[in-house]
Design a protein around this ligand. Structure first.
Ligand SMILES: [Zn+2]
Length: 387
C-alpha cells in the first residue's frame, strides 16, 4: 500500500488467497468509501489460469462487493485488485492525526482504527472477526517518515524508481481478524527498552512522559503471562500515543494505539489519571489474549472479550500496585453503577445482543459490553471459589 501523508491519499493493491469450499459463481468482499478499480480485478485458479470476471456489483448499504464468475470448483484462488481513496479525517479506518512539532510546524501522521468494522475503509477485506487470515503487509511512504505495523519490519528498501520514497516490508502476521490489523506512517520518536522488544512512539515533545507506560506495560505483560500460563504470541510490542483517537485505546495485536492522555504520565498527572492510565494499559494487554488470540465469532458476543479485559484492568493493576486496592474499588465504581444503570429507565439489557446491520455493530459499545460483562464474570469467579 502506498500512503502519502502529505497529499492525504493512498493507493493499494492486494492479493487475497481464497479457499473455495463449495462450488459457487460468486466471490464477495467488503469495502467502503474507496474506489476499487474494476479493470484491475482478476481471479487466478491454483494453476495460474485467469477466470473471467462476469460482473462487478457494489452495494453501499451492505458495503459488499459481489463479483460474478463462471462456476468455481472447490480449490484455491487468488483474487487481485487495486484501490484508492483520500485518507480519512474522522478517526476511522486509515486516517490523519496532526500534532505540532518543536518548531511549531503542523505535522500529519497516518494511522488506523479498524474496530469494529472500519478495516473495510482502509483495504478491501473479509471484515468479520471469525474470518481470520495472515497478512503480509508492505507500506510505501516518503523517506522522511517511517512505517510500523503488527509485525516487525523485515527490511526497508527503495520504492521502485520513485525518488524520496521507501517501502517497508513487514513479516507475515499470525492468523488474525481484520479489526486488530494496524499500520502507521509517522515521524514520531521512540522510547525503546534496551533489553525487551518494547517501544513507545510519541511526538517528540512528550517522549519523556512515556517512561511510566514503558515500564508498567512490561510488568503487566509478565503478570498476564504468569497468570494465564501462556506467552504473548507476537515478537514485539509497539505502543503509540496519538492525539486524535476515537476511543481511549485500541488493542491491535503487537501495536497498541492510545489516546495520548491515556498513556502519558508526568509530574503533573494526578493520581486518578495515573490509575486510569494503568487500567487502560492492563485492559489493552489483556486483549492480546482475550480477543486477539481467542476471538468472538461475531459482534453479538463482543462482551466476552470486553468483559474479560475490563476484569483484568483491576486485578492486574491491583497485583502491581497493591496499595491502590483496585479490587475493592471495582465493587464501588463498576458493579454498583452497573446495577443502577441496569435498573434504569431503559430496562435490563442482556449481554448477548443480536446485531445485524453495519450500523448496529458500530453502536454496540456501551456499559453492558464492558462493565456489566465484567461484573457478571467477577461474580462467577468468586462464586466458583466459594463453592
Ligand atoms: Zn477493550
Amino acid at each position: 500500500m502506498k500512503i502519502d501523508v502529505d497529499e492525504i491519499e493512498f493507493f493499494g493493491w492486494e492479493t487475497i488467497h481464497i479457499d473455495v469450499l463449495e462450488a459457487t459463481d460468486e466471490i464477495a468482499v467488503n469495502y467502503k468509501d474507496m474506489t476499487v478499480i474494476e479493470d484491475t480485478v482478476s481471479l487466478m485458479d491454483s494453476n495460474n489460469n485467469l477466470v473471467q470476471l462476469q460482473s462487478f456489483d457494489y452495494n453501499n448499504i451492505t458495503e459488499i462487493l459481489r463479483l460474478k464468475f463462471p462456476q468455481l470448483i472447490p480449490e484455491k484462488y487468488y483474487l487481485y485488485l487495486e484501490f484508492n481513496s483520500t485518507i480519512r479525517n474522522d478517526r476511522k479506518g486509515l486516517y490523519i492525526s496532526t500534532y505540532f512539532n518543536e518548531t511549531g510546524d503542523k505535522r500529519n501522521i497516518a494511522t488506523t482504527f479498524m474496530a469494529p468494522n472500519y478495516a473495510r475503509m482502509a483495504f478491501p477485506c473479509y471484515d468479520e472477526p471469525e474470518y481470520k487470515a495472515t497478512y503480509s503487509i508492505r507500506i510505501s511512504h516518503r523517506d522522511n517518515y517511517f512505517a510500523i505495523s503488527n509485525m516487525p519490519a523485515l527490511r526497508v528498501e527503495p520504492e521502485g524508481t520513485t525518488d524520496g520514497w521507501l517501502t517497508t516490508v513487514f513479516d507475515k502476521s499470525l492468523k488474525t481478524s481484520t479489526y486488530i490489523v494496524a499500520f502507521i506512517v509517522c515521524d514520531f520518536v521512540g522510547n525503546k527498552d534496551p533489553v525487551a522488544n518494547f517501544t513507545i512512539f510519541s511526538q517528540p515533545s512528550v517522549i519523556e512522559d512515556t517512561d511510566f507506560a514503558l515500564q508498567y506495560s512490561q510488568n503487566v505483560l509478565k503478570e498476564l503471562e504468569l497468570y494465564l500460563d501462556r506467552k504473548f504470541q507476537y515478537p514485539k510490542m509497539d505502543i503509540i500515543a496519538i492525539d486524535d483517537f476515537l476511543m481511549g485505546a485500541m488493542e491491535n495485536w503487537g501495536i497498541i494505539t492510545y489516546l495520548s492522555s491515556r498513556i502519558l504520565v508526568n509530574d503533573r498527572t494526578d493520581e486518578k489519571a495515573k490509575h486510569q492510565v494503568a487500567k487502560t494499559i492492563a485492559h489493552e494487554l489483556a486483549h492480546q489474549w482475550f480477543g486477539n488470540e481467542v476471538t468472538h465469532f461475531y459482534w453479538s458476543a463482543v462482551w466476552l472479550k470486553e468483559g474479560l479485559a475490563s476484569l483484568f484492568e483491576d486485578s492486574i493493576s491491583g497485583i502491581i500496585f497493591p496499595d491502590w486496592k483496585t479490587e475493592d474499588k471495582f465493587t464501588l465504581d463498576t458493579m454498583l453503577s452497573v446495577m443502577q444503570d441496569d435498573a434504569g429507565k431503559t430496562g435490563v439489557r442482556q449481554m448477548f445482543m443480536e446485531v445485524e446491520t453495519v450500523e448496529e455493530i458500530r453502536n454496540i459499545y456501551d456499559f453492558v459490553t464492558y462493565k456489566k460483562a465484567a461484573s457478571v464474570m467477577r461474580t462467577m469467579v468468586f462464586g466458583m471459589i466459594l463453592w
